[in-house]
Design a protein around this ligand. Structure first.
Ligand code: AKB
Length: 319
């Protein structure tokens, strides 16, 4: 990766990945793109251009203008929001991925695809879900993710494109909140632990999902993109996870540091149905064997860091 274009740069991953990549590869070598310009490090810390991911003409021109050799395609609509407008979700998620792959092919660029635990459905084994298994998701978001994975395989086989991807679990971060996901509760809970001392979970107790702290996710993207291509057997996307927990586990972890913290439940049937269709925990051995995936954070170390970072941000804002 020498000259990188990132789509969806204002999103939960993009707003942290762009500054992270700029630190490693140099600010001028990371072009952030998004549908709108927001003040902050993404648009002000290096080159920024407006880009709607289905606009192949502008996409291709930006790739020429900036001599791009790697596309990190993050733009997309998350799972729960996707169910409110499946047509739009398909159009942006599957259509945007196809356009981005075509531009990468045209310019001979490497391509990163963010798949998800949503690429599995209720018929996949729920525990220790294998890297290669049945993938019949029941959300439009998951269907677009499987499509993206298959397209990555296809472009690699047919055109020799250097495609690489990760099946992201729920990502927990403090820089920008996620929007419209099923795993978002695991971010909101930290904000409300500090602001209200309690949290009402829309996900039921006993619902296990894979999760990961953002610093591990950022490191995984770079590690995978820099991995020796000869070692990579999977060109669609790799299972990755930092931990698997249910709402009562994250509440117990917060309680160790905020003893008065309380959780209760008001389950949202729509998001619960999505969560129930996803794996409880992924088998990440292919990522470990093929590119040395090794996340650093477990639930308690993540909780400690999240609460510290959120607290210091609140104090800074109050000053
Ligand atoms: C979502 O909940 O939609 C995302 C995901 C797991 O892909 N966080």
């Amino acid at each position: 990766m020498k000259r990188i274009l990132v789509t969806g740069s204002n999103g939960q991953i993009g707003c942290e990945l762009v500054p992270y990549l700029r630190k490693i590869y140099g600010a001028d070598n990371v072009l952030a793109t998004a549908r709108s310009k927001k003040p902050g490090p993404v648009s002000e810390g290096g080159p920024f251009e407006l880009l709607e991911v289905r606009d192949g003409k502008t996409f291709s021109k930006l790739m020429s203008d900036y001599k791009i050799d790697t596309v990190i395609h993050l733009a997309g609509i998350l799972s729960a929001r996707g169910e409110n407008n499946p047509q739009e979700s398909w159009d942006i998620n599957a259509g945007g991925c196809f356009t981005a792959l075509e531009c990468a092919r045209e310019h001979g660029a490497a391509f990163f695809f963010p798949s998800s635990i949503a690429a599995f459905g209720p018929s996949a084994p729920a525990d220790n879900t294998p890297q290669v298994t049945i993938q019949r998701p029941t959300t439009i978001y998951g269907i677009a993710k499987v499509t993206g994975e298959l397209l990555c395989d296809y472009y690699h086989l047919k055109f020799g494109l250097d495609t690489r991807g990760l099946r992201f679990p729920g990502l927990i971060s403090y820089e920008a909140p996620p929007g419209g996901g099923t795993t978002d509760y695991a971010v909101h809970i930290y904000y409300e632990a500090l602001s209200k001392g309690k949290y009402t979970s829309y996900i039921a107790p006993g619902t296990y999902m894979d999760m990961m702290y953002m610093p591990d996710a950022l490191e995984a993207v770079v590690q995978l993109m820099e991995a020796d291509p000869k070692r990579l057997e999977n060109r669609n996307a790799y299972n990755i996870s930092g931990m698997s927990f249910a709402p009562e586990d994250i509440a117990a972890s917060i309680k160790k540091l905020i003893p008065s913290f309380e959780i209760d439940y008001d389950v949202d049937p729509d998001r619960q149905a999505i969560a129930d269709s996803w794996p409880n925990s992924l088998d990440c051995s292919a990522a470990v064997e093929e590119w040395d995936f090794s996340p650093r954070y477990d639930l308690d170390s993540m909780t400690k860091d999240m609460l510290e970072k959120l607290k210091s941000r609140t104090q800074e804002c109050a000053r």
